[in-house]
Write a new protein. Sequence first.
Length: 76
Amino acid sequence: MSMQPGLNEAMLSVMIGESSLSQAASRYQVSKRSLYSALRFAKQAPEQRQQHLQRVREQLMANIANIDSRLAQQTA
């Protein structure tokens, strides 16, 4: 997830109770959807995040292998 400028500040503002999700999104000029998603991801249990990252890594490695094999076929 690429972070928008202000997203970290907006997340912190909501987490410490300084402002609501809508107020923080408006103040830091981020979309409510991206702020909500970032907060939800941040609150997930660490093992869930680790499992998700492992699946993403495996998919990326599979994609790289697929691209490598296609390039090898094209150059052969």
